[in-house]
Design a binder for this molecule. Structure first.
Ligand SMILES: [Zn+2]
Length: 313
């Protein structure tokens, strides 16, 4: 089940309203805000208006959303960063530690600011493999922050399966920030000519062409493998963004005929106006100093889901 559906179900259960009614209110809220808010964000606003809070309810990591307060959750510590020290504005010594925790649904960065919490890390009470219970945390963007009013303790709950995969959070294009891993649902509204480059077959790094030969910095003279990349413009109604897809991911967009320019033109035409779910990461393009969405995967929009969304409108 998608995160959004889970939230709708929770609101429905707590309010006693039908799921369809909740979704109608969420869409109305989004329309009112000209789509400037994500579905999940709008769901939170609707929940708040209904007097529903998720405070003090134990949530799965996948359910945590930016802006949530009084977050309670449980996760297994996968990784601990070294303790960093810094000077506070008052000139005192401050400390901060990041934990990376996971459960069966997702994973998240937890930031500890309180010296009592940090001492649990310093004394090796909390470390890799330990399951921790967190109370009263606050979401800042997509991180869970724990201050002096928060709690973190070791629990004997067990978490066997952990999802440590890259987390792609559903966002509007207007909400994307540098280094966000995001899922964006958008239309391909423009495409550019593909560009080609060559890679070393062993290490996949760029191979330099010289007098018809290819050299890899590590492997010397190699047979260069031809790869393609293509820029497209995505539009989700909130904003447009330049995106780039590399060789293997271009297949997801229906581009396969790299050696046949005629066929490729047809494929490019077919791609325009298509709506898909794009998974990727936001980067700053160094050459142009502009934000760019690197597509790691693209999926068809589930037709059944689309129909049910249309029926609900
Ligand atoms: Zn190489």
């Amino acid at each position: 089940m998608e995160n959004y559906d889970r939230i709708v179900e929770k609101i429905s259960k707590k309010s006693g309203l039908e799921k369809e009614e909740i979704e109608r209110r969420i869409e109305a809220k989004r329309a009112k805000l000209s789509g400037l808010i994500s579905r999940e964000g709008a769901a939170q606003v609707v929940a708040a208006e209904l007097g529903i809070s998720f405070d003090n309810e134990k949530l799965k990591l996948e359910e945590l959303l930016p802006g949530m307060r009084k977050v309670n959750t449980v996760g297994k510590v996968m990784n601990v960063s070294p303790v960093r020290t810094f000077k506070t504005k008052k000139g005192d010594d401050g400390k901060v530690v990041n934990l990376f925790i996971a459960d069966d649904t997702s994973n998240i960065k937890v930031v500890l600011w309180d010296t009592n919490h940090i001492s649990l890390v310093e004394n090796k009470k909390i470390g890799e493999g330990i399951v921790v219970e967190i109370a009263n945390g606050a979401m800042r963007e997509n991180e869970l922050h724990l201050g002096s009013f928060s709690e973190i303790k070791i629990t004997n709950e067990t978490i066997n399966e952990v999802n440590t995969g890259k987390v792609f959070r559903t966002k509007n294009i207007s909400e994307l920030k540098n280094s966000d891993n995001a899922r964006v649902r958008a239309f391909i509204v423009q495409s550019f000519e593909p560009r080609f480059f060559y890679v070393c077959p062993s290490c996949r790094k760029k191979a330099v062409q010289e007098n018809g030969n290819f050299t890899c910095a590590e492997h010397g003279k190699v047979a260069g493998e031809k790869r393609a990349l293509m820029n497209v413009i995505l539009d989700d109604g909130t904003e447009t963004i330049r995106a780039v897809a590399f060789h293997d991911n271009l297949k997801d967009l229906g581009i396969t005929e790299f050696e046949n320019p005629g066929e490729m033109i047809v494929q490019k035409e077919n791609m325009l106006g298509r709506e898909m779910a794009f998974y990727g990461i936001m980067r700053n393009n160094k050459m142009f100093n502009t934000p760019e969405f690197i597509i790691e995967r693209a999926e068809e929009i589930d037709a059944d889901l689309l129909i049910s969304e249309l029926e609900n409108n």
